[in-house]
Design a binder for this molecule. Structure first.
Ligand code: NAP
Length: 201
């Protein structure tokens, strides 16, 4: 992609989102970010003439969603709200490695982890799965991509994440952001719900 594109970023103040915004701006692209707390975004990524900030919540029924997407080339959703997602569906096209793709499988080990060690996030996974089912069955009119990320922590890069149908790595937020940036402009990734891993997939 050599032209200057505009990315609408949802979840820009999050662990992954803040890196995504910084990486895209560093390449000279434009970002429109919907955030609940603009001051938080300014603290995390600084000022930039190519950064346009909209204050608001994705769950606000009065949000001007048509205006939000006008002039946008890519929409990247890295939203997450663990507490809210225990009971509501607000998610995103950015799922976890413990989320099952529509009509896909998770191994018995991953199911066990999801409902034991990771049970606090079970609502997010169920929410992610509802989104993947919607995309697979009803969203013929958009070119969507789901990243079933396995994120561990912030910190230094551990390498370059590759797309994978079967393996996932516990990655850093920065590496996940870089993966999302590469993949969202990759035509061959359209309509996939893949995992990501360091090394070859
Ligand atoms: N972290 C992991 O280990 C992991 C692993 C796999 C997949 N995922 C998935 O990856 C996604 C992002 O993860 P993350 O850890 O980077 O997220 P995060 O740090 O929890 O950040 C979530 C972002 O969503 C924003 N947000 C939440 N509710 C919102 C609302 N109603 N309106 C507008 N913005 C809202 C938050 O804004 P505020 O700053 O205002 O709160 C924040 O910017 C999630 O969908 C998660 O399920 C995460």
């Amino acid at each position: 992609m050599n032209h200057s594109a505009t990315f609408l970023v949802l979840g820009a103040t999050g662990g992954t989102g803040k890196h995504f915004v910084s990486q895209v701006l560093a390449d000279g692209h434009r970002v429109r970010a919907l955030v609940r707390t603009p001051e938080k975004l300014a603290r995390l990524v600084g000022d930039n003439k190519h950064l346009e900030v909209w204050r608001g919540s994705i769950t606000d029924d009065t949000l001007d969603t048509d205006g939000l997407v006008t002039g946008v080339d890519y929409v990247v959703s890295m939203l997450g709200d663990v507490a809210a997602q225990r009971s509501a569906k607000i998610n995103t096209a950015f799922a976890g490695g413990l989320s099952r793709p529509y009509q896909g499988q998770l191994s018995p080990l991953l199911w066990a982890i999801r409902y034991t060690l990771a049970r606090g996030y079970a609502g997010q996974h169920e929410d992610n799965e509802a989104v993947m089912e919607y995309l697979a069955t009803e969203a013929d009119d958009i070119e969507w991509i789901v990243h079933r990320a396995g994120i561990g922590s912030d910190g230094e890069s551990k390498g370059i994440l590759q797309r994978s149908k079967t393996r996932f790595s516990v990655a850093t937020f920065a590496d996940c952001a870089a993966y999302n940036y590469r993949t969202v402009v990759d035509d061959s990734a359209v309509r996939t719900c893949e995992l990501s891993c360091y090394g070859s997939g």
